[in-house]
Design a binder for this molecule. Structure first.
Ligand code: ADP
Length: 323
């Protein structure tokens, strides 16, 4: 093997650059060149790529987002697109492809693999919803950003004394997995947390908040994952049950920015190196993950078909800490 390709695809996530750096360095120590493919599969089909030097990647580790840019491409989902991608890979001497992205990107990797290009997937998504790994690149940074934001809400909420207790409702990312919500609720000291994996009852939640107010609390912070209920829907219900004007915030894309945490940079580096090793061993259609602190691999279909859910332990922990 003389040359491999690396691309970032789908939703960007902080830490992807640390992963790109690790791929380039691990390839270099094995005398392999790494070609960086810009704008995900779109760039692969268009031949938008260039060789990445170790000098260049040395300066990117602390940058958020992805220096290779990311994109979504409909053409790539067609036979025409896949053929174009394989043609460009051959033309540029790419003998193996590392795809950093989410489950959609992994599906795309499996499709192009059928045309004879070995592929390895690395999970990069702040939602932490990909099975086969305990952590995806970017999830830790997102949790830190949300936790920091909750602290800021606490700062203002505890300072302004008003006649009636106030409720702050904060919507965070997580369509099917409440990882960001549950983890930041625990770390940020929230009074309630709603996740897509668990049934919830707004009446019960309001009764819980009301008890806190009766015990002297002057405000409450509720974290809600976007996949469970929209914060505006929740506000309507809370307002009518408690007869208040709750404050609703949607953190949105704030959660995808910011310098990657050391932890994200570290696991991204572990996974980047592991992905190169797998290609060198002649493996394909594998996904890299982090389990018990180590970089491991599994069938890429596990990452596509199964979803991470928050653990019973985290649910129990949350229940204790909101009490
Ligand atoms: P993510 O990787 O974050 O889940 P997307 O689902 O948008 O993001 O996928 C990123 C890209 O991967 C898509 O724009 C498309 O080019 C490719 N892709 C997604 N799903 C498929 C699929 N079923 N078959 C082929 N390519 C796919």
């Amino acid at each position: 093997m003389r040359r491999i390709g690396v691309l970032t695809s789908g939703g960007d996530a902080p830490g992807m650059n640390a992963c790109i750096r690790a791929v380039v360095k691990a390839a270099k120590v094995n005398n392999i060149e790494t070609i960086g493919i810009y704008e995900g599969y779109k760039g692969l089909m268009e031949g938008n790529m260039k060789v990445l030097t170790t000098n260049y990647v040395d300066d990117i580790v602390e940058l958020s987002g992805t220096v290779l840019k990311s994109a979504r491409s409909k053409l790539f989902k067609t036979e025409e697109g896949l053929k174009l991608a394989k043609e460009q890979a051959d033309k540029n001497g790419i003998e193996g492809l590392i795809v950093i992205g989410g489950d959609g990107s992994f599906r795309g990797a499996c499709d192009v693999e059928k045309y004879g290009l070995p592929v390895i997937g690395i999970p990069g998504t702040i939602d932490n919803d990909i099975a086969g790994t305990e952590f995806s690149i970017g999830a830790d940074t997102a949790v830190n950003i949300v936790t920091d934001t909750i602290s800021k809400i606490h700062d203002t909420a505890r300072s302004l004394i008003v006649d009636t207790p106030r409720v702050f409702l904060v919507e965070v990312m997580g369509r099917g997995c409440g990882y960001i919500a549950a983890t930041s609720a625990i770390a940020g000291g929230a009074d309630y947390c709603i996740v897509p994996e668990m049934p919830y009852d707004v009446n019960e939640m309001c009764a819980h908040l009301q008890r806190k107010f009766e015990n002297g609390k002057v405000y409450s912070v509720v974290i809600v994952a976007e996949g469970a209920i929209s914060v505006y829907e929740l506000k309507k219900e809370v307002d009518s049950i408690l007869n208040i004007d709750a404050r609703a915030s949607v953190l949105g894309h704030l959660q995808r920015g910011g310098a990657p945490t050391a932890f994200d940079r570290f696991i991204a580096s572990q996974m980047g190196v592991k992905a190169v090793e797998l290609l060198l061993e002649g493996k394909t259609n594998r996904m890299v993950g982090i389990v018990a602190g180590k970089a491991v691999d599994c069938d890429i279909n596990q990452g596509i078909n199964d979803k991470n859910k928050i653990s019973e332990e985290v649910v129990k922990l949350n229940n204790i800490l909101i009490s």
